[in-house]
Design a protein around this ligand. Structure first.
Ligand SMILES: Nc1ccn([C@@H]2O[C@H](COP(=O)(O)OP(=O)(O)OP(=O)(O)O)[C@@H](O)[C@H]2O)c(=O)n1
Ligand SMILES: C[C@](O)(CO)[C@H](O)COP(=O)(O)O
Length: 236
């Protein structure tokens, strides 16, 4: 990447957070005195190599305007879709309409507020010269079981080479937009950007990240995220 080239972030924030079992979507739940989404946007916006952010919000989202968002970068609002991948594709389409270049795009879940700048730095160092791009991941350290509907263990999955995919996931705008569009056209359900890129025949890289980059998904995750934010503040 040239000194002047910057990266755009895409933040899918249009989910309903059903597994969280809260009264409002989890990205708007309070965490250390501000909404989860605000933490995530600020983590990205205050990284020096992020030029702008496209956030995908649910149609008629009534909470966004209640946030006190003041970021040091450009901010575009896209309309979320039925699935996370639709929200990301809508955001990429909006960005492509406003950008005649083909910037690197870093897709990061709104529900992951504990992202460290050092992990973004490591991604940029490893991937900006890569011909495909890649994702942050964490090697699996537990024994992994495949289980049936009755919670009976069917097999122990060899964990050699197994990693947990997290976000950010970073690819060039046009490659990723094409891969997600094709996956949707072919009726393929993709739960992350790398899956669409793999389906398109690319081999993304994985870059090791910190395990505190959790996705707030279940009720107990909020307290854990608070602990991690406190720990990170103490590390500064
Ligand atoms: N149609 C959707 C679904 C999800 N997301 C976003 O994608 C991220 C990761 O998805 P997930 O954790 O599954 O969020 P939800 O879909 O809201 O959660 P749930 O599956 O429990 O309803 C979240 O920041 C969520 O807001 C989105 O932008 N558009
Ligand atoms: C993109 C992701 O966070 C990588 O682990 C995950 O696939 C999102 O899954 P979700 O079910 O949409 O939360």
């Amino acid at each position: 990447m040239s000194k002047t080239e910057k990266v755009w972030a895409v933040v899918p924030a249009a989910g309903i957070g059903s597994r969280m079992q809260a009264d409002i979507p989890k990205q708007y739940l309070p965490l250390a005195n501000k909404p989860v989404l605000q933490h995530t946007l600020e983590r990205l916006a205050y990284h020096p190599d992020i030029e702008g952010i496209v956030v995908a919000l649910a149609k008629d989202d009534p909470w966004w305007t209640t946030l006190n968002i003041d970021l040091p970068c450009q901010l575009l609002i896209a309309e979320g879709g039925k699935a996370r991948s639709d929200s990301v594709l809508n955001a990429l389409t909006l960005l492509a309409e406003q950008h005649d270049s083909d910037p690197w795009v870093l897709v990061h879940d709104a529900a992951r507020p504990c992202l460290r700048h050092e992990d973004i730095d490591r991604m940029l160092q490893s991937l900006l010269t890569h011909h495909v791009g890649g994702i942050l991941g964490i090697p699996v350290t537990d024994t992994v079981k495949r289980v049936d509907a009755n919670h009976l263990i069917q097999e122990t999955v060899c964990r050699k080479g197994l990693w947990r995919a997290v976000t950010p996931q970073m690819f060039r705008l046009n490659k990723l937009k094409t891969a997600l569009f094709t996956a949707a056209k072919d009726g393929l359900t993709v739960t992350d950007e790398a899956s669409a890129m793999e389906q398109a025949g690319w081999e993304p890289m994985i870059v090791e990240g910190h395990s505190d980059n959790i996705k707030i998904t279940m009720p107990q995750d909020l307290a854990l995220a608070q602990l991690y934010l406190q720990q990170q503040a103490g590390d500064k």
